[in-house]
Design a protein around this ligand. Structure first.
Ligand SMILES: [Zn+2]
Length: 397
């Protein structure tokens, strides 16, 4: 048994000044005021956070999970995520001419995985979206919403499809929502112009989540509150939210946090292959994407695309700027996703009996060390080993 000393161990409810001990099976044995194991590893003033869980991202550090048919590329992304303190994730596909092959590659990556941020399943971003709310995704890749096609995708994922977003107002959507929900897929409301009643009908039919709340969806109007009003009001809905303060302004996040129970909030990043890479213009599959130094990723027409900020940086946005208590901010980036994905018995928080997945964080918000099952799997010095060496060639300015 090993013990880790820190003045700031972030549990589900408080910040503990004490020792976190890990047993020989890699589980948390205790968090207490005295060390119960040897050796004692000193992290003193550094934070110990639970390993973060990102329920929706597309790439990281030059690796792409959404525009690839290569499972190895996805596994490299999972390795690189450890550097950012993410110990489990749900990579997302995106509408493309080869989405079915992308789904298969994600399934293969999950089945083959032996290391890296644990892939908990895959998320389908599209192809059943409202073209008026495409949010940067090329509309020619959207497909007609039929149950038959949705089941084809589900079959290709071989049991690994954990969530799917779609626009509930389009013909055929309700049938897909009912059937896939019945089969255990968490259905998300996404890229949509649905009105209030259509959204409530979709929730009644089984939708459990609002995909990147407020982005690529109809806004609030005082005589028709629309999808935005419905996902703010309905307590059944989990709200994915991008807290980079670029996709959604801090005030809108405050409104969300006042309207919804904090355990319904799922922080997500929409991270892209450019996240974690040097700022500049990159030519990706014939499209110029710009990563700005503040983490903003934009297409040539100015459309905000993925986020160049990490989940850990976003957690500190909530702590430092919105004054959210640290345990709650941490839970919105770990425990809530673990609950949503039904893995909270082993992941998502620093609690006796759970897997010892945790990260050591300094006051500059950097993840210094990442541990899974009590074993150090990454540290801050490993960035250059983990980044995709080929990606630099795509930088054009
Ligand atoms: Zn996305």
């Amino acid at each position: 048994m090993k013990s880790y000393r820190s003045h700031r161990i972030v549990t589900e409810t408080e910040i503990v000044d004490g020792w976190l001990s890990v047993d020989d099976q890699g589980k948390i044995a205790a968090i207490e005021a005295t060390p119960s194991g040897e050796p004692v590893i000193e992290y003193q003033d550094h934070w110990l956070f639970p390993g973060l869980i990102d329920p929706h991202l597309h790439g990281f550090m030059g690796w792409n999970a959404s525009k690839t048919t290569d499972a190895e590329q996805i596994l490299h992304m999972a390795d690189a995520l450890l550097w950012a303190g993410v110990t489990a994730c749900v990579p997302s596909c995106i509408s493309s001419g080869f989405m079915l092959e992308n789904v298969k590659a994600l399934h293969q990556a999950k089945s083959r995985q032996t290391q890296g941020a644990e892939i908990l399943g895959l998320y389908m971003e599209g192809p059943f979206y409202n073209p008026e709310y495409n949010g940067g995704t090329p509309i020619e890749t959207f497909e007609k919403q039929t149950l038959e096609r949705a089941l084809e995708y589900m079959e290709a994922a071989e049991g690994d499809l954990v969530s799917m977003g779609l626009a509930p107002e389009l013909p055929g959507a309700m049938e897909i929502i009912s059937e896939l929900s019945r089969q255990g897929v968490r259905m998300g409301i996404a890229h949509t112009g649905a009105d209030y009643n259509q959204t409530i009908a979709a929730i009644d039919a089984g939708c459990q989540m609002a995909t990147h709340s407020f982005n690529a969806m109809r806004g609030l109007h005082h005589r028709e509150v629309g999808v935005t009003g419905a996902i703010l009001l309905d307590p059944r809905i989990y709200n994915e939210i991008n807290c980079d303060f670029i996709h959604v302004c801090p005030q809108m996040i405050e409104i969300l946090l006042k309207m919804k129970a904090w355990d319904k909030i799922l922080m997500m990043t929409d991270n892209d292959s450019m996240t974690g890479m040097p700022a500049g213009d990159y030519l990706l599959d014939g499209v110029v994407e710009r990563l700005e130094s503040n983490g903003k990723i934009v297409l040539e027409d100015g459309t905000i695309y993925g986020s160049g900020r990490t989940l850990l940086q976003d957690v500190f946005n909530l702590i430092d700027e919105l004054k959210i208590p640290v345990p709650q901010a941490a839970a919105m980036a770990s425990l809530n996703a673990a609950r949503f994905l039904h893995v909270e018995d082993r992941l998502g928080s620093l609690k006796a009996g759970k897997q010892a997945d945790f990260i050591v964080v300094d006051d500059q918000h950097r993840c210094l060390v990442t541990l899974q099952r009590g074993i150090k799997v990454c540290d801050i010095g490993q960035r250059s080993r983990l980044a995709n060496p080929e990606f630099a060639k795509l930088k054009i300015a």
